[in-house]
Design a protein around this ligand. Structure first.
Ligand SMILES: C[S@@+](CC[C@H](N)C(=O)[O-])C[C@H]1O[C@@H](n2cnc3c(N)ncnc32)[C@H](O)[C@@H]1O
Length: 301
């Protein structure tokens, strides 16, 4: 892995990345506005000694220092008043920006961090079709939907590479794709050695297939957000570059929120579609978050 990042970034940046991976990432929570007004929960948590600081670009997002309290053990968590969620994950749903009354698909949905966030943005109206193929993880998705008071969601277990068999043509699709998790090393150091290049290739193939399936069913003029918790260009910029070649009706959009840095257009010296600069990267050594990639696209026509 280090050899790949030396080739991508050179020695100085790779070292900064490796050092950042040894530092803890701040815990963050998203206030579930389906269950509580933001200011009320902030007061309740502060009265229990939790130190909160707002995420600049997310009204419902807070960095939260729980001290010796386990973040998932509070009554307010059990009641669904907040969701423990990384800042990049919360940003993904904001980038897709689903509106009340719309029809949305979340095609890699479990355990539901982004489905439940989109439901609150949609004020529990319209419909979210949340799909995941994993029998065990789908139970967590259902549990989180219940805990968060979400009631606009249809949960389906199945393979999102075959979406054309469903009778839905949504205006917005989220693909928070299965990936190597190379961005999660600060949270899970075992990922330094547990994933090989073969795993990355396997994920990239699946990501391509899921993207193609999403493009088939997305309504004309609709938006597709692709995200991963990987910093590997092989699972991000290269996947999107291939996808744009196969699906010329898909175009990368600017992202209106100010966070992160630009997607790469020449990783490892290989020239990719220049519009990839509009995608965003979050990097442990630049932004003090877990690593993430977010790209928003529109289907022309
Ligand atoms: C990164 S996780 C999704 C996390 C989720 N979006 C959230 O915010 O809580 C990726 C998910 O994709 C699911 N998955 C992998 N391949 C799939 C497929 N072919 N069809 C549907 N889901 C798939 C995995 O089971 C896993 O739950």
């Amino acid at each position: 892995m280090i050899e790949r990042y030396l080739a991508l970034w050179g020695e100085a940046e790779t070292l900064r990345f490796l050092e950042a991976c040894e530092r803890p990432i701040r815990t963050s929570i998203r206030v579930n506005t389906l269950k509580t007004p933001i200011d009320l929960l902030v007061k309740r948590l502060q009265s229990k000694g939790v130190v909160l600081e707002g995420v600049p670009w997310l009204a419902e997002g807070y960095y939260a220092d729980f001290g010796s309290i386990s973040p998932g053990s509070l009554f307010e968590h059990m009641l669904g008043f907040y969701y423990i969620q990384g800042v990049p994950s919360m940003t993904v749903s904001r980038v897709l920006n689903p509106q009340p009354g719309e029809m949305v698909m979340d095609i890699a949905a479990a355990p539901g961090g982004k489905t439940t966030h989109m439901a609150q943005m949609m004020e529990n109206s319209g419909m979210i079709v949340s799909i995941d193929e994993d029998r065990v993880r789908i139970r967590s998705l259902q549990g989180n939907i219940l805990r968060c008071g979400v009631n606009n969601t249809l949960v389906l277990r199945g393979d999102a590479r075959r979406l054309e068999h469903l009778p839905f043509h949504p205006n917005r699709i989220l693909l928070d794709a299965p990936c190597s998790g190379e961005g999660l090393i600060p949270l899970d150091p075992s990922r330094k050695t547990s994933r090989s290049m073969a795993d990355i290739r396997y994920c990239a193939d699946r990501q391509q297939d899921m993207l193609s399936s999403a493009a088939k069913v997305l309504a004309g003029g609709g938006s597709l957000v692709y995200s991963t918790c990987s910093i590997a260009p092989e699972e991000n910029e290269f996947v999107i570059d291939d996808f744009l070649k196969k699906q010329p009706e898909m175009k990368i959009d600017d992202i209106a929120i100010d966070f992160g840095s630009q997607g790469y257009v020449r990783p490892f010296g290989i020239q990719l579609d220049k519009s990839l600069a509009r995608a965003r990267r979050l990097l442990p050594h630049e932004h003090k978050t877990e690593g993430f990639f977010i790209c928003r696209m529109t289907k022309e026509g």
